[in-house]
Design a binder for this molecule. Sequence first.
Ligand SMILES: NC(=O)c1ccc[n+]([C@@H]2O[C@H](COP(=O)([O-])OP(=O)(O)OC[C@H]3O[C@@H](n4cnc5c(N)ncnc54)[C@H](OP(=O)(O)O)[C@@H]3O)[C@@H](O)[C@H]2O)c1
Length: 356
Amino acid sequence: MNNIAIFGYGTVGKGVYELTKNNPLFKVAAIFDKPEKKEELHNLLVTDIDSIILDKSIDTVVECLGGDSLPHEVIIKSLKNKKNVVTSNKETISKHLSEYLRLANENQVSIQFEASVGGGIPLIYPLTIQSDFDEIFEVKGILNGTSNFILTKMSDEKMDKNEAIKLAQEKGFAEKDPTADLEGIDMVRKGCILASLITKKEIHNEDILHFGISNLNASMIAEVASRGKVLKLITDIKVSDKGTSVIVLPVAIDKNSPLAQVKNEYNGVLILGKYQEPLTFIGKGAGKNPTASAIVSDLVRINKKIAYPYPDLKPYYPLTSDLKGKYLLFSKESLKEVNDPTEQELKAAMFIARVE
Ligand SMILES: NC(=O)c1ccc[n+]([C@@H]2O[C@H](COP(=O)([O-])OP(=O)(O)OC[C@H]3O[C@@H](n4cnc5c(N)ncnc54)[C@H](OP(=O)(O)O)[C@@H]3O)[C@@H](O)[C@H]2O)c1
């Protein structure tokens, strides 16, 4: 049995508690959150990090706080004190994966982060295993439910963008300020994690070129539809002898392609390797139960001693940006079709989409 402590009793933390509290594999020994949660959590509530860290009976920490500064402190202290860590936090994993893996290996414990990319989709574990024997040359993912929901409503129901954002907020899919989702920043972090796992090298968020959908309007959607395509915001990772390219960008994809069927708040990922036919993973990318399920699958693997033993990442590895292909460059007044554009040309446009 694992004695676990959950840090953060919000959407995800609550889901983890509900899924583990009656499971004989686990005992929830403590939950860290603010003093206001006392009435709900009674004696399980702990408001001081170090009393959990110094408690030798707790062997595994589940980090569900969000953000980077406090999670970084909690994760570092937990690993140094020989506790396994499971987290759903793409921000802290994408920024510090190299440091976390080094500390986990030094202290002979495990850090697992299945829920940090694709929410409830079992993606990281199979992708990591496959990258140990196959040559993965491309991973294409719709990895943000908010932007996919907005794109689906604009394309399928001709909804105005602001109306779609409002609906996403009402349904709890979009934050009050959805900029990070619309600008592709959330998908940069997820791309960084996946690319680090495929290459086993340290990759930085700052090196990932990204284009979002903040400037998208109905006439651009109509232009894409007139070509028999549908618009998706995609994280595209390409690995070749020339290097690794990671870009987040809107792509006009064929209406019949597998990723075109990924609608609303769902996520979808296509993996292309040398020894596998294209593999498609589709599922809910966020939400209490899907995210908690991915976390608990990591906890079960730790309990059964089958958690993936991630090696240390090799040193910092600069990325390239593969801009080959046909692009639509929208400005206020015009639309240009350009083959193999430069980064500057893309950045100068009001909205861009690669055509596939
Ligand atoms: N929600 C999803 O669907 C989803 C999906 C995939 C990944 N994730 C990731 O999972 C993590 C948690 O997300 P969430 O949606 O569960 O967030 P959340 O609902 O905001 O929960 C976070 C909890 O941690 C508490 N907390 C934060 N800072 C604290 C502090 N300094 N001291 C004490 N308590 C503190 C919060 O308390 P207050 O509310 O009082 O601040 C809240 O109870 C994030 O990294 C997120 O990116 C979430």
